[in-house]
Design a protein around this ligand. Structure first.
Ligand code: AVJ
Length: 320
């Protein structure tokens, strides 16, 4: 089974993919200015995110992993046997390892936007789990995408960890859940990790780690502007800002221009004033009930729920 990963590329196949230049130009000429957080994840950005997950302040990863570890038998009982596992935003594919031995799926499909990173991590997975049929699907799940057809008639279970759903507005999250729901057969499952609404201090610390990894992750967008699009920008001319917007139940990340500056992007000239913001990420937080309602509206039936003692993070299980 060494390195035997079936690769599907929906990013390139579609052809309709917006280029990085087009996407960044749209957001940087808008008012207020913005960049979608999906652009964080080139190879360097995926590595930086993996390092964020190891920072002491960034509790979501550690907490979700402890929930999965502690509850793996209960999860396996509830989810049942004869399944295929499809992981959305599989990244480094660490978390799935906590479930594979207990769930024993026939197929595993890692879905991620970061092509090379996805291939590396699914190859490692195929090496370590020789009994598992491993697929890699490079796709942007902020746009409509289709789950690959798998052999056999196992029940598909979608694993969407890490509170990645938090990057979507509640409306978009509802639409994504509806799309996932509609692609599942009756009895298909959704195991999803969601970060809870909590006090400001803990939330803000998680996005302002002392080692500065989140700052570097945010600034990676400036690296991409410079290195991939040839824009005359420098990371030193931007500062990282992350704060909790309590009224909207979301963390916001911004890059703040440290001086008056202008640079060209293709045939456009972008002018930023000192102190001007580029909004780079929203990360919505949910109450347990609030998220159950959202999934209910998408058509899902609530089956079970696990969380940590401090109630920092929820793992929900729903079925169609
Ligand atoms: C991958 C969207 C869940 O919002 O916590 C971490 C991304 N951004 N630190 C999050 C992120 C800054 C992360 N998600």
């Amino acid at each position: 089974n060494r390195h035997r990963v079936q690769f599907h590329d929906q990013l390139t196949e579609d052809g309709g993919e917006q280029s990085l230049l087009e996407a960044l130009t749209i957001g940087l000429t808008d008012s207020p200015r913005w960049i979608s957080p999906k652009h964080f994840y080139d190879h360097r950005g995926s590595e930086l995110f993996d390092r964020i997950c190891q920072q002491p302040e960034y509790y979501p990863t550690r907490t979700e992993e402890s929930i999965l570890e502690q509850s793996v038998d209960a999860i396996a009982d509830r989810v049942g046997g004869d399944i295929d596992l499809i992981e959305l935003g599989s990244g480094a594919s660490h978390k799935i390892r906590l479930l594979l031995d207990a769930l024993r799926p026939h197929h595993y499909v890692g879905v991620d936007i970061s092509r090379d990173f996805l291939l590396e991590s699914t190859r490692r997975l195929a090496d370590d789990y020789p009994w598992l049929a491993v697929h890699a699907l490079c796709a942007d799940f902020t746009a409509p995408f289709t789950l690959p057809e798998l052999e056999g008639d196992a029940r598909p279970v979608v694993f969407f960890p890490g509170s990645s759903i938090g990057n979507f507005t509640p409306r978009e999250a509802g639409e994504l859940l509806t799309r996932v729901h509609d692609q599942l057969p009756p009895g298909g499952g959704l195991l999803i990790g969601v970060d809870r609404i909590k006090g400001r201090d803990r939330l803000e610390a998680a996005y302002n780690d002392a080692a500065g990894v989140t700052r570097e992750f945010n600034l990676n967008l400036i690296h991409r502007l410079r290195d991939e699009l040839g824009a005359g920008v420098s990371p030193e001319d931007f500062e990282h800002l992350a704060f909790y917007n309590e009224a909207a139940s979301r963390i916001e990340m911004h890059l703040i221009s440290q001086r008056d500056q202008s640079f060209s992007l293709d045939d456009q000239i972008i002018t930023l004033a000192a102190g001007e913001h580029i909004h780079t990420e929203n990360s919505w937080k949910y109450s347990r009930e609030g998220f159950e309602k959202l999934a209910g509206h998408a058509g899902f039936t609530r089956r079970d729920h696990w969380c940590d003692d401090a109630q920092l993070f929820d793992v929900h299980y729903f079925e169609r």
